[in-house]
Design a protein around this ligand. Structure first.
Ligand code: DWN
Length: 395
């Protein structure tokens, strides 16, 4: 049974940055109710009613994974690690975005899958064979008939975006060699609970994974988890290593250790999520009262990073241009547009000292180290950042 624990109210599609605020554009804006549910059978946390992926992963997809230095380094590291550990001859990447992982492989070694046609075009142009299709059993069969079975499948921040997980794993099973490995990483529900980072809930994050939940899902699909890692990426992610039941790999001790730790943290218990939801409501109140006070004090507040995550916060807390003057983002195709739902203007990164910015809300709090390093001048001149993780504060 799927039990709702958090209602994040009316939300837009996070990728739908508005080109202008003309009434024709506003009329077309799509909203849905974002409610998060806990499945009492397999302990998976998911959106109660996900929206149709065809409306999300269009040829106007905005996010470019290569925009942060942190992620470029992270993808280079994992590519090297996987190559060393599994020595794959042929690899598939599911959800290749703008090629930030692919570029660590030669063009013959890797096949990409990316349903957003504008992104697939980028990597096809670079010479990486990219199927501009959704990952499913049909596509897996098509790739296997053309290229043969593969040794490694890698995916970052994509599997949690796919509503039908059984189909994902069936498709993986079909094209993986008997001793092949499926490695995927996505935001970790354990970190969301710990950091109170409720902004990890948005239309694209259909599921938030725990080890307990994913072990149930893979077991059902005749696969097993041989290793697991908790990562700092994106404010807390989990990386799974999955193989066929009869593969040659032993199971790492880390799997059992994390399993026990999740049981201790009661990630398999509805009450944990209900209590979390109370903390989210408190966080909303605190953030709103801070922003309202800053407005009263005539402080200039902006937001840093037009993230998909911050769309959840702005829409849930009803934060618009009256409280946040503008949002900056280094992604060219977000600049000059407006944030989904709350319509805050998005500008290119600016000199925050010259612009007399007093406070910058960290929409991209997951890159706070990188941002603080970049914005030393702002901090030195008395500027402050605001964050809501793990509690609302400025620093
Ligand atoms: O899973 C997903 C994650 C990985 O990426 C997607 N569904 C969509 C997207 O979500 P997000 O927008 O919350 O992700 P990021 O990676 O936190 O976005 C950071 C944004 O901030 C980018 O648009 C780039 C921008 N940025 C910036 O303007 N200056 C980032 C840094 C580090 C900077 O210095």
């Amino acid at each position: 049974m799927k039990k709702i624990f958090l209602n994040l109210l009316k939300q837009p599609i996070t990728n739908s940055y508005l080109p202008n605020l003309k009434s024709k554009t506003l009329k077309k804006e799509f909203f849905y109710n974002l409610s998060m549910a806990f499945d009492t059978n397999n302990y998976l946390v998911s959106i109660k009613k996900p929206i149709n992926p065809k409306n999300q992963y269009t040829d106007k997809y905005a996010h470019r994974a290569s925009q942060s230095k942190t992620m470029n380094i992270a993808f280079r590291k994992i590519a090297n690690k996987l190559r060393k550990r599994f020595k794959p001859k042929l690899t598939i990447e599911i959800g290749s975005n703008d090629g930030v992982f692919l570029k660590n492989f030669s063009k013959k070694e890797i096949i990409a899958v990316e349903p957003c046609k504008n992104l697939a075009k980028i990597t096809n142009r670079q010479g990486y064979k990219t199927f501009d299709k959704f990952w499913n059993l049909n596509l897996s069969k098509k790739i296997t008939y053309k290229k043969g079975k593969v040794d490694l499948i890698y995916s970052a921040n994509t599997i949690s975006h796919i509503p039908n997980l059984d189909e994902v794993f069936k498709a993986v099973s079909f094209c993986l060699n008997d001793h092949g490995v499926f490695v995927f990483e996505d935001p970790y529900i354990g970190s969301v609970i710990e950091n109170n980072s409720y902004d990890q809930f948005y239309d694209e994050h259909v599921h938030l994974f725990s080890l307990i939940a994913i072990s149930n899902v893979v077991k059902k699909n005749n696969l097993r988890i041989i290793d697991v890692e908790i990562l700092e990426t994106h404010g807390g992610s989990i990386r799974f290593y999955v193989t066929k039941i009869g593969s040659k790999f032993n199971t790492s001790k880390k799997v059992n250790n994390l399993f026990k730790s999740e049981i201790r943290k009661k990630l398999n218990n509805f009450t944990t999520y209900r209590l979390f939801s109370n903390r989210v409501k408190k966080s909303k109140k605190k953030l709103l009262s801070l922003l309202k006070k800053l407005k009263k004090d005539k402080k200039k507040v902006i937001s840093y990073g037009a993230t998909y995550k911050s769309a959840t916060i702005f829409n849930y807390c009803n934060i618009g241009p009256d409280l946040i003057s503008f949002v900056t983002d280094s992604t060219k195709n977000k600049q000059g547009k407006y944030t989904p739902g709350m319509h805050i203007p998005i500008k290119p990164p600016c000199d925050m000292v010259k612009e007399k910015v007093d406070f910058a809300f960290l929409g991209a709090w997951n890159f706070s180290k990188e941002i603080k390093h970049k914005e030393k001048k702002f901090l030195k001149s008395g500027g402050k950042f605001i964050t809501h993780v793990p509690t609302v504060r400025s620093f």
